[in-house]
Structures are given as C-alpha cells and as structure tokens.
Design a protein around this ligand. Structure first.
Ligand code: NAD
Length: 383
C-alpha cells in the first residue's frame, strides 16, 4: 500500500499531513510513504528527515500521486487531484462533507473511497484519531495569542510603581474544545475570564479552569445531543443567550467566539448592536468564520473595523501553528491509517469497523454516509 502526501495548496497553509515520526510508524507497518518534495518544509521537516524516516521523495504532485493507494491531506483535494488518483484509491482529510457536499462529486464519479476525519466518531476507541479536537486545540490557543497581540491593553493584573493595572476581561463564547483551550490560555496570560455555552456540562469544565460561567435559563431545554454536541436552538432560546452576552460583552476587552453546531450554520451570538455596545479598541476573534461566524459583522478570513471594535475571523487559525497542528494531525491520521493496513502491508477496508464505517463518505460511486447523502440531495435540489 502506497500512501501519498502532497504540499497543501491553500494559501498560507504550511501544515503537512504526515510528519517523519508517522512515516516511520507506517513503514514499520509495511506501508510505503511517498512525500512530494518540500511538503514538510513549512512545518519544519526537510526532505532528508522524511528520507531518513523511510519515505520516498517525489519530485512533483503527479509523481507523488502515481500508483498511490491512499492520499492523506488536510483539505479536500481539488477535482484535478481527484482525477490523478487511480480507481478505487482512498482519500483521507477534512473533506467538509456536510458543509460542501458537492465537492465530493469527482470522488463519486471516479468511484474513490473517501474518509472525512470530521466524521470519525468521538468514542474512547477513536480518541487518538480525533483530528477535530487537535485543530480546535491549536485554534483556541492561537485565537487568544492573536487577541493579546492586537489588544490595546495588557492581559495580567500588574501592581506597578505607577499604580495598579487591571487585568483584561476576556469573554469566551462556546466552551467546547477550542473555547476551553482559549479560556486556559487567557487565564495563563492573567486575564479575567468569563465563558458562555448552551451545554450545561460545559459549565463544570469552565469553572474547573477558574473562569466564571454565564448560565442562561433555557427553560429546561437540554441543549446537548447524545453525541455530546450542541443542538440547534429555537430562536427564543438563542435570543436569551444573545441578551446575556451583549450585557457582558460591554465590559470585555476581548471576545473569543467558537460556537458551532455540526452540519449547520454557526449560531449568531452577537448582532450589530452587541458589537456596537463594546468599548472602542475591543477585539473579537471569531473562530466560527468558516461556517458563517458567530457575529453579524464577521467576514471570514478578514478583519473588520466597526467604530474602533476589531472583528477578526482567521481563515484557519490552526494552520497558523503548522508545527504543532501537523504533529497532532499526523498522529491522528496515522492511528486511523493503521486500521486500513493488513499484516502484509496491504490496503484493507472493513466497513463493519465502528470507526472506519461511520467516517466513510463515498465508496464505489455511492455516498456511504446517510447524513451526507441527505445534505447532498437537498443541496442539488436547491441548485
Ligand atoms: P463544536 O466545535 O461543535 O462547538 C463548539 C462549542 O459551541 C460547543 O461547546 C457547543 O456547545 C457550543 N455552542 C453551540 N451552539 C451554541 C450557542 N447557541 N451558544 C453558545 N454555545 C454554543 O464542539 P466541539 O468543541 O468539537 O466539542 C463539543 C463536545 O464534544 C464537547 O462536549 C466536548 O467535550 C465533546 N468532545 C468529546 C470527545 C470524546 O472523546 N468523547 C472528544 C472531543 C470533544
């Protein structure tokens, strides 16, 4: 089985899907790994490091893809990359099957087997493969670092000869993996932190990090589904949250927003009025930009200045930390790849496996995941 790794083509993404440490593991499992020349440079790994780990270096994309059984990447491949893969080849990556299902068309037409790391179940057995948590961890940390850099005040409480400097007030909206990492990072920098989430379980985690939890009365509604994710809220419940947030955002120097509902548009947690209610110089970092953003002002990948309040929505915050993001992703994806390699080093796909089956998006020209099939059908009906 030959596994190919390419240079990520998205601008500003210097991550690499497999690092040399993982190449060693995969070659020990009798798989062959082919890496496009220079693919690891942005994450700090030169071709020599890959060669030493047992990889073959391919001069260009076409050479890396020739005879590849598996392509591992961060982003969904472009149609021309899908076209270069041999029939029945496997693709693994953040394929965004629920957000951009039509991008799967080339994979369906070419009868490729695709696995979306977003669909890997978040079970104990699959914990080492949880790429969503890995990227959310990096993004949550980076959001606070960007905010601290752009903020017009320092984060910690300081007692100086010139008097006391109060700590910065940071409000985190959405206390999942990224939000909790943002809270921990802001606390380490000495900020006073408040956080809001609709899941009651998040409250305990927020408090255990020493932050204040803003509890909203949802009228007894259980906002958590059986997978541990937030459910889409009613307009009334959302509005109650927005009112509480607006009140607290008034005093905040920094707001970090991370709220998402899988397969849906991100909930709007701050409207124009809530942003206008913030102090001049305040910063909002919106990590939900890719799914529409948590404010009405957010522009994905851009920085908006609204009466002195800056709303920054990084295109891909995790990609701004290519070393750690690559290391975590590479380990996640290698743990998954090991499930696809038999004792002789050949590709074997067991769709009955409780991780492999649910994460498969397309196989033999069909959509393998019921939820994706539904979203794809409705997208095509509406287009
Ligand atoms: P996510 O990225 O889908 O959402 C981020 C956060 O936004 C979540 O905490 C969610 O509750 C919150 N949110 C959604 N709508 C909101 C709204 N209207 N207002 C305020 N907040 C809102 O979620 P995630 O960070 O990927 O993880 C979500 C859950 O999955 C957490 O409970 C996490 O602990 C759990 N998880 C479990 C495992 C595991 O191994 N079992 C692994 C990772 C995460």
């Amino acid at each position: 089985m030959r596994i190919a790794v390419l240079n990520e083509t998205q601008p500003d993404d210097r991550r690499v899907a497999l690092i040399p440490e993982s190449v060693k593991k995969l070659t020990a499992a009798k798989a062959a790994v082919v890496v496009q020349a220079g693919a690891g440079l942005g994450a700090g790994f030169d071709d020599e490091a890959y060669r030493k780990a047992g990889a073959e270096i391919a001069a260009d994309r076409a050479a890396a893809l020739r005879d590849a059984d598996v392509l591992v990447s961060f982003h969904a491949p472009a149609a021309e990359t899908y076209a270069q893969l041999k029939a029945a080849a496997v693709v693994i990556g953040f394929l965004r099957p629920l957000d951009e299902p039509q991008a799967l068309r080339p994979a369906l037409e070419r009868k490729l087997t695709t696995f979306a790391v977003e669909l890997i179940p978040r079970t104990t057995r699959a914990q080492s493969m949880d790429a969503l948590s890995s990227m959310a961890t990096a993004a949550g940390y980076k959001a606070v670092i960007i905010a601290a850099d752009r903020a017009i005040n320092m984060f910690p409480l300081l007692m100086t000869a010139a008097g006391t400097i109060p700590p910065a007030k940071v409000l985190v909206l959405g206390a999942g993996v990224a939000g909790l990492q943002a809270i921990a990072t802001a606390k380490r920098l000495g900020a006073q932190v408040e956080a809001y989430d609709v899941r009651k379980a998040a409250g305990e985690q927020v408090k255990s990090l020493g932050a204040n939890f803003l509890d909203v009365d949802l009228g007894g509604l259980d906002a958590e589904d059986k997978g541990g994710y937030a459910k889409e809220l009613s307009p009334e419940a959302l509005q109650r949250g927005r009112e509480l947030i607006a009140k607290h955002a008034k005093n905040a120097n920094v707001v970090i927003t991370t709220a998402q509902v899988p397969g849906r548009k991100a909930p709007i947690l701050m409207d124009d009025a809530a942003v206008d209610g913030m102090k001049p110089g305040a910063i909002i970092i919106d990590l939900a930009g890719a799914t529409g953003g948590n404010t009405t002002v957010t522009k994905h990948g851009e920085e908006v200045d609204r009466n002195g309040v800056k709303i920054i929505a990084p295109k891909n915050a995790a990609a701004l930390l290519p070393v750690d993001a690559s290391q975590m992703y590479s380990r996640n994806v290698t743990a998954f790849l090991v499930l696809l390699i038999d004792k002789e080093g050949n590709l074997k796909i067991d769709m009955n496996d409780d991780i492999v089956g649910p994460s498969c998006v397309t196989r033999d020209g069909n959509v393998a995941n019921a939820r994706v099939a539904e979203v794809l059908a409705s997208t095509e009906k509406n287009s």
